[in-house]
Design a protein around this ligand. Sequence first.
Ligand code: ATP
Ligand code: AH0
Length: 371
Amino acid sequence: MSLVIGLMSGTSLDGVDAALVECNHHHRPVLLEATGIEMPEPLRRQLWQLCHASEAAFEVLAETEEAFCRLQAQAVAALLDKSGHAVEDIAAIGSHGQTIEHRPGGAWPYTWQLDNPSRLAELTGCRVVGDFRRRDLAAGGQGAPLAPAFHDALFRDSRQWRVLLNLGGFANVTLLPPEGSEMPVIGFDTGPANALLDGWYARHHEGRFDRDGTWAGQGRSQPALLEHLLSDPFFESTPPKSTGREHFHLQWLEAQLTEESPADIQATLLALTVESIARELERHLPAEVQANTCVIPCGGGAYNKAMMAALAQRLSPIMVERCESLGWSPDWLEAGAFAWLAWRRLEGLPGNLPTVTGAIGPRILGGVYER
Ligand SMILES: Nc1ncnc2c1ncn2[C@@H]1O[C@H](COP(=O)(O)OP(=O)(O)OP(=O)(O)O)[C@@H](O)[C@H]1O
Ligand SMILES: CC(=O)N[C@H]1[C@@H]2OC[C@@H](O2)[C@@H](O)[C@@H]1O[C@H](C)C(=O)O
């Protein structure tokens, strides 16, 4: 039995999530405790600037990395405190880092997560596993999404198809056939989930996001704009595929607007998230299994009431089930995934699913930084 901590800071730049997970070879990973630390505004601004920079000074990178590492160490300390465990009980911290740029498809494929596992090991006194994505990329994969292998270990059902739907800044799906099926696990990014909704909201309001989709509910989705947005080649492209802010940003949206009102645009963005997911499921779920499938939303978007209602309506007869009913809060799945991936690294087991990322084979992901 190993106790492992996973750290995740996603594309929404809202904070660091920390999950304490028990991993072993006999049963599915168990979430023991979790906590989140909010991103301080100055660090959030620094990271945001880096995410959109065409160049950056080394000193700025070093300063931001240090502030980020300290925040991660704070999250680990808070988690240990909450769980009553000492750092000596922990086999490793799995650290995702902060994605700054992700361009797996260019002439020089790269994915860059700001992180310093050596420094985190010094700050916490714990072994750290970091740099998970680049080995998959080096083996010809997208380097993302990586959570599907964890979903596979955690959520396979004996009879039903299950679809894990992560609604963070970006959305990704994992299609899990029932246990014993010969069909491969499929997973990929479907496009923006909240990144554009958050950005458009912040352009017109105080605050970071449209709580419960209230503002979107005051507008009407505009069919012509929606179809125009959906004509972006990413939506129709076949997996393996992953995306991020490099492709879907506010300028991408603004270049396609005509005379729509701001609230109508917010409603259309919500419809874009729902519709892009629904079309992908129609494409990739065998038609005959749709009535025996349940979709499990996780990530922050699972709290957006308007988005959940629109999803349930659009996906029917596919059912939508709450993640909590399967024993995990939707908040901690991604951090849980990086705990589990760190454990796989320590056990010398592969962490990627080549059917998802497109890598030429299974690979042991990440590097180990001793305590
Ligand atoms: N009550 C709510 N109503 C509407 N939206 C919400 C609510 N709670 C959270 N969100 C959305 O969820 C987002 C955060 O989600 P999450 O923390 O899963 O993203 P992330 O992990 O940073 O992203 P990614 O998975 O792309 O890396 C917020 O930015 C917001 O858009
Ligand atoms: C490069 C990167 O950080 N990608 C994230 C992002 O956030 C959601 C989606 O885009 C997914 O591909 C991935 O995160 C999750 C944890 C993953 O790898 O499964």
